[in-house]
Ligand binder design. Structure first.
Ligand SMILES: [Ca+2]
Length: 285
C-alpha cells in the first residue's frame, strides 16, 4: 500500500497549507466553564443543513443559531480507564509529520510506530486520566504538525472504514475539557474529515479512507479557545465548522453522516512546541 505517511500528508498537510495561504475558517466557539448550563431563550434551528464552505468567499461557517441548552449527552471518553479505546470502541491515535520528511515529533508516539496510545495523569478535576498530546514541530515543511485522532467506532480505520453506529449527524456538537500551552505560536484545530467508506478502491493513503473533499475538510481554529487552565470547549457542528476555500464543497450533514473520527491538530511551520490535554469528550444534543 501507499505509505501510511501519505495519509498524514494528504489529510493534514494539504488542507492546512491551503488554509494558511487562503485564510482558514474562523467561526465563533463557545467556552463555558459551567457544564450543562445554558442561556435559555436562544432559538435553536436544529438540523439546519449548512451548505459547507463557500467556495467564493472561503471558509465561512453557516449563519445559524444554536440553543445553548444541552438536552442530552453521550460520554465518548473520560480517559479514566487509561487505555486507547473509548466508549464507542474507537481508538485514539497520535501522528506527526516525520513520515513525509518532516521532523515533528509527537508523544504519545505516532500510531505508525505500532504502540497503543496511553492516557496521562492527572485528568480534569479529580479524575485520574486525560488524553495528553505533547510535541515539537519542525520547520522544514512549512506546515509542520502533530495531532490526535479519536475514532468514533471500531471500524473507523482502514482496511474497511465505515461510519460509526453512532453518527455525528444525530448530535449538535461535541464538548470537552481542554488546556494547552504552546511556544513560538502555531494553532490548534478541530477537524472532521470526509472520507470514503468501504474497502473498494479505497485506503490508498493508509489508515484512513480516501478523501471526498479534496482534503478541504470541515474544521475550526481552537487556538483562542483553549487556555492554560482546564475549561470546557463547546463546538456546534453546524454553526462553527466550515470548509476552507478550496476543494470539493460537501454539505455538513453529509459529512456528519459519514464522519469516522475527530481530529485535534497543532500546526506550526516555524518550529514550535505544544502541550494539549483533553478530557471528558462528549457528544451532545
Ligand atoms: Ca478523566
Amino acid at each position: 500500500m501507499s505509505s501510511p505517511a501519505r495519509v498524514i500528508k494528504s489529510l493534514f498537510w494539504v488542507s492546512f497549507a491551503c488554509c494558511a495561504a487562503c485564510g482558514s475558517a474562523s467561526a465563533p466557539i463557545t467556552v463555558d466553564d459551567s457544564p450543562g448550563s445554558g442561556v435559555p431563550g436562544e432559538t435553536a434551528t436544529g438540523g439546519t443543513n449548512a451548505t459547507g464552505g463557500n467556495a467564493a468567499t472561503g471558509g465561512t461557517a453557516a449563519q445559524i443559531t444554536e440553543s445553548t441548552e444541552i438536552t442530552e449527552t453521550l460520554l465518548v471518553d473520560d480517559a479514566d480507564d487509561g487505555d486507547d479505546v473509548n466508549t464507542l470502541s474507537g481508538k485514539w491515535i497520535s501522528y506527526d509529520d516525520r513520515q513525509e520528511g518532516g521532523s515533528s515529533k509527537v508523544n504519545p508516539p505516532s500510531w505508525i510506530e505500532g504502540v497503543p496510545l496511553t492516557m496521562d495523569q492527572p485528568g480534569y478535576g479529580a479524575s485520574p486520566y486525560a488524553v495528553h498530546l505533547s510535541g515539537t514541530t519542525g520547520s522544514s515543511l512549512g506546515y509542520d504538525y502533530v495531532g490526535l485522532v479519536m475514532a468514533l467506532g471500531e471500524h473507523s480505520y482502514c482496511p474497511d472504514p465505515e461510519p460509526p453506529a453512532t453518527a455525528l449527524a444525530h448530535y449538535r456538537g461535541v464538548r470537552f475539557q481542554a488546556k494547552a500551552n504552546r511556544k513560538n505560536g502555531g494553532s490548534f484545530s478541530l477537524i472532521i474529515a470526509h472520507r470514503k467508506d468501504g474497502s473498494a478502491d479505497n485506503c490508498s493513503n493508509g489508515i484512513i479512507g480516501n478523501t471526498l473533499t479534496g482534503w478541504a475538510d470541515y474544521q475550526l481554529d481552537l487556538t483562542s479557545s483553549i487556555s492554560e487552565d482546564w475549561s470546557l470547549v463547546t463546538v456546534y457542528f453546524r454553526r462553527d465548522l466550515a470548509q476552507p476555500n478550496f476543494g470539493i464543497v460537501v454539505s455538513v450533514e453529509e459529512v456528519l453522516s459519514h464522519a469516522k473520527d475527530l481530529v485535534w491538530q497543532y500546526q506550526n511551520g516555524a518550529g514550535g512546541e505544544a502541550d494539549l490535554w483533553i478530557d471528558n469528550v462528549e457528544l451532545f444534543k
